[in-house]
Design a protein around this ligand. Structure first.
Ligand code: FAD
Length: 403
């Protein structure tokens, strides 16, 4: 009996912790291709970039934890292939590891752009600690930084760059930032906040070429304008690292397909985190959720299934983002919602947007409003109806908004 975990990121380390917490006493090995202890990525675009935390602040557990808990780390090496019949994996150095259960936690990689000039120096991505180190070096006061992509990573990077005194232009192909992941009022709010911090936006704008000899000096937009820059950050989404699973015949569909308990199409193989496409029963869909809470939830499910312990309860998906002095917390997914109720005054930068189907809350987006977020998350889980007029009135205590 032994568990091999492929990927030493947030999900990989968390499933090892959950296995030990559940009393699993057999050997556990984590194989990770980054040559550092498993660490958390969220600070990479926030506190780490601004120099507010060092490496020890990113690490999920110190080395002593892995030693004390008999978790073997094989870091700086890749799993090359999975042999499902022989139940072993082969590493890049030719070693093989047997498993009784395998957990694939290979995450996702930053999507690259392929237009002319995309390989110039100074065009940076943000997925790993190494990426963040490179980026930090470019973010000096007065530098001109163009950020391609107005998603969460792009906007958090923009906020950090402004905090460091760099000049920032965000180029977004869609008509609004956060188009895939937030509602229109929230996109507008965040655009205005960034503009108030002197960031510039180019919306409905596509990059056709990066300009420069060896180092990027500008980006050319589809309308012919060239925005000059000292560095460009590309934050245009992530691609799941599901090739290992595809190659050994495990079902994939833009991500490894898993059930609600992180099981793949092979009963001995589990998959968790950004690499998975998972069901969300409440929303009747299969989705890829790129978030820490999702990786943690799936780690609990995989560990419980491997140990034969009680199935953990399903959780409401949630996410957070920090930009300037704002903490955004989102719970639930606003699919097919009919109405948005605003609670609080957006001008005060403390408010919540509740997405409703009838009188039931399906999702909440809360800015500097942790109580609304927590209450909303509970409402979503329990499907409790609310009274819209009370919810919209911030003078009514949130607990008194139930129908
Ligand atoms: P990862 O943490 O990416 O780990 C996967 C690991 O597997 C990587 O080290 C990878 O190199 C390795 N690997 C891949 N293939 C192999 C192989 N064949 N052999 C060995 N190793 C392999 N989420 C939030 O909830 N809130 C946030 O504010 C937030 N901010 C973020 C900011 C940034 C800049 C980034 C990049 C992500 C952020 N996220 C945030 C997302 C969050 O970090 C991810 O959802 C989480 O890391 C997923 O964990 P994972 O284990 O699935 O993948």
């Amino acid at each position: 009996m032994s568990v091999v975990i492929v990927g030493g990121g947030h999900g990989g380390a968390s499933v090892a912790m959950e296995l030990r917490r559940n009393g699993y006493s057999e050997p556990i090995t984590i194989v990770g291709d980054e040559a550092v202890l498993p660490y958390q990525r969220p600070p990479l675009s926030k506190a780490w970039l601004k120099g507010e935390v060092d490496e020890s602040g990113l690490t999920l557990r110190p080395l002593q934890w892995y030693v004390a808990n008999n978790v073997t780390l094989r870091l700086g090496t890749r799993v090359q292939s999975i042999d499902r019949d022989r139940r072993c994996v082969t590493l890049a150095d030719g070693a093989t590891l047997q498993f009784s259960s395998l957990v694939i936690a290979t995450g996702a990689r930053a999507r690259c752009l392929t237009m002319p000039g995309a390989n110039l120096d100074g065009i940076l991505m943000l997925r790993t600690m190494l990426d963040a180190d490179r980026l930090k070096q470019s973010m000096r006061a007065g530098a001109n930084i163009v950020i391609v992509g107005g998603g969460y990573v792009g906007l958090e990077t923009a906020a950090s760059a402004r905090a460091l005194g760099a000049n920032v232009t965000v180029v977004e192909r869609e008509a609004r930032v956060l188009a895939r992941v937030a509602c229109m009022p929230l996109s507008k709010f965040f655009t205005e906040v960034h503009v108030s911090h002197a960031a510039t936006f180019e919306l409905n704008a596509s990059v056709v070429r990066f300009v420069g000899d060896t180092h990027v000096r500008g980006i050319e937009l589809a309308d012919g304008r060239i925005l000059s820059c000292d560095a460009a950050v590309v934050g245009v989404g992530a691609i799941p690292n599901d090739e290992l699973a595809q190659a050994c015949g495990i079902a994939c569909a833009d991500g490894i397909v898993v059930d609600a308990h992180a099981r793949t199409s092979d009963p001995h193989v589990f998959a968790i985190g950004d690499v998975t496409r998972r069901p969300l029963e409440r929303y009747d869909r299969q989705v890829r959720l790129e978030s820490v809470p999702n990786a943690l939830e799936q780690a609990k499910h995989a560990a419980a299934a491997i140990c034969g312990t009680a199935v953990p309860p399903a959780e409401v998906p949630w996410f957070w983002s920090d930009q300037y002095d704002l903490k955004l917390q989102i719970a639930g997914l606003a699919f097919d919602c009919q109405e948005i109720v605003v609670r609080g005054d957006m001008a005060t930068r403390k408010f919540s947007l509740f997405h409703l189907k009838g009188d039931v809350v399906e999702a909440v987006e809360a800015v500097n409003a942790p109580v609304d977020f927590m209450f909303g998350k509970g409402l979503i889980a329990r499907r409790l109806p609310i009274v819209k007029e009370k919810l919209a009135d911030a003078a009514v205590p949130i607990r008194e908004t139930l129908a």
